[in-house]
Design a protein around this ligand. Structure first.
Ligand SMILES: [Zn+2]
Length: 451
């Protein structure tokens, strides 16, 4: 089908700083066929199956979230105030009680929320992430997805005991590989499977090496958490004698096809390791600041490290992440003009695309790229006056301002509504699932934080 968005403000992101005002985008099938000044594009493509009147509207490339656990919306309103202890006291214990249908209910809600906030590509890593693939296919979003694996005995972790289990390892790897064999490249290419060992303290060297080997054999990318807390560094040094970054490097998990999530607990030699190995970083400024940390994103960029933005978990209004990216960078460097808004938008789109190896396909509004587009309504409270569309976008916009979303040229959010899912049903199922999972959690662990 063909689609024309005309008389809009089109923020292309690349070429850098290019804004057509008024501009137009013409889409045929899955691709952007034309973009430019509105009168010229309309002259070349006067008709389309669908025409969107873009007056007082802003068109941007779809956002890319390079780090998510959609099912961790289970912890929304629970883990935000729980400190870093939530990793071993909530996240790992929950894996022993939550069911696959419950995870599906909560994660589907989050995927829908992300899409409604203009996120068209999500890197999702989670225990049992395979459960989401049919929903991702139906919803119409683009997702890199990996079964988040471990081979450590989960209930030992919060007592600082690390017992690795070869039987668990092979079962986990089998699940991850079977998911890749079933779904990699499916949903018209919108689903790419990745290998995703959770973190250094939950991974033996064998798990990391076998994950790397499977990725190379099947042509998959990888992701891992790195530099998420002081306890991770202490345990990794004690167990393996090196920093988490060096441990990851030795076992094949620092490389150009790897996204390292967080990296806010990091020393200079480890920043050098990321740069040397050309590992990409998923910078998650919102969740990181909730934990009291912020990654040195300015330094990463000065060293030439590829950086994308990620939500991580519990949140799903991506505009909050873009905003946090600017605010936290300025706090970190005590500098009121570092991380200009155009840079934050670049990280949110092209930066993410580069981190995921998709820079030729998505991340900007350019002829020949996939039509992953977001149309925002600016004729609303909160975005008026529009004097600079990018500053309004970064400082003042919210998910509710997203009117239309396209992925691969297909309209997946139309007039604020999901086209391929029932929003109210998703909300009710997620509420029921979370209530049931937490009831079981409290029964097993004696409270909302495992002791
Ligand atoms: Zn994470």
């Amino acid at each position: 089908m063909s689609l024309l968005i005309r008389d809009a403000t089109v923020i292309t992101v690349e070429p850098r700083g290019h804004i057509f005002e008024p501009g137009a985008v013409y889409v045929e099938g899955a691709r952007i066929v034309d973009v430019g000044p509105s009168d010229e594009v309309v002259r070349r493509h006067p008709t389309a199956a669908r025409v969107i009147d873009g007056r007082r509207k802003v068109v941007i490339p779809g956002f890319v979230s390079t780090h998510n656990h959609v099912g961790y919306t289970l912890f929304r309103g629970r883990a935000e105030d729980a400190g870093l202890g939530c990793v071993t006291g909530m996240y790992f214990p929950m894996t022993t009680v939550v069911t696959r249908p419950e995870r599906l209910a909560v994660g589907s809600l989050t995927y829908a929320e992300l899409l409604r906030s203009g996120v068209t590509t999500v890197l999702e890593m989670e225990e049992d992430a395979d459960v989401y693939a049919p929903f991702v296919e139906r919803l119409g979003i683009r997702s890199l997805m990996g079964v988040m694996t471990l081979d450590v005995e989960v209930d030992g972790l919060r007592h600082d005991r690390y017992r690795y289990d070869a039987v668990l390892r092979s079962a986990q790897l089998r699940q991850a590989v079977e998911f890749a064999e079933a779904w990699h490249g499916k949903a018209d290419g919108r689903i790419s499977v990745i290998m995703a060992p959770n973190m250094t303290i939950s991974s033996s060297p064998e798990l990391l090496r076998e994950s790397r080997a499977a990725a190379d054999r099947l042509g998959l990318r990888l992701s891992i958490h790195l530099g998420w807390g002081p306890a991770e560094g202490v345990a990794t040094r004690r167990l393996h004698g090196v920093s988490p970054y060096e441990y990851a490097r030795r076992n094949g998990l620092l490389a150009p096809d790897v996204v390292a999530a967080h990296c806010y607990v990091i020393e200079d030699p480890d920043i050098a390791l990321l740069a040397e190995t050309r590992t990409a970083v998923a910078h998650c400024p919102l969740i990181n600041s909730v934990r009291g940390y912020i990654a040195p994103v300015g330094e990463f960029r000065r060293r030439g490290i590829t950086v994308g933005l990620g939500i991580d978990s519990m949140f799903s209004d991506y505009f909050e992440v873009v905003r946090a990216c600017v605010l936290m960078a300025r706090l970190k460097e005590q500098n009121a003009v570092t991380m200009p808004t155009a840079d934050a938008l670049e990280l949110a789109t092209m930066g993410g695309a580069r981190a995921l190896g998709l820079e030729r396909e998505i991340g900007s509004i350019e002829t020949g790229k996939r039509a992953d587009l977001v149309v925002l309504d600016y004729r609303v409270f909160g975005l008026t006056p529009t004097l600079d569309p990018i500053q309004n976008l970064v400082y003042h916009a919210h998910a509710m301002n997203v009117e239309t979303v396209l992925v691969d040229g297909r309209i997946v959010v139309d007039d604020h509504r999901l086209v391929h899912a029932d929003g109210s049903a998703l909300i009710d199922s997620a509420q029921d699932a979370a209530t049931a999972a937490w009831r079981r959690f409290v029964a097993k662990y004696g409270g909302i934080m495992a002791k």
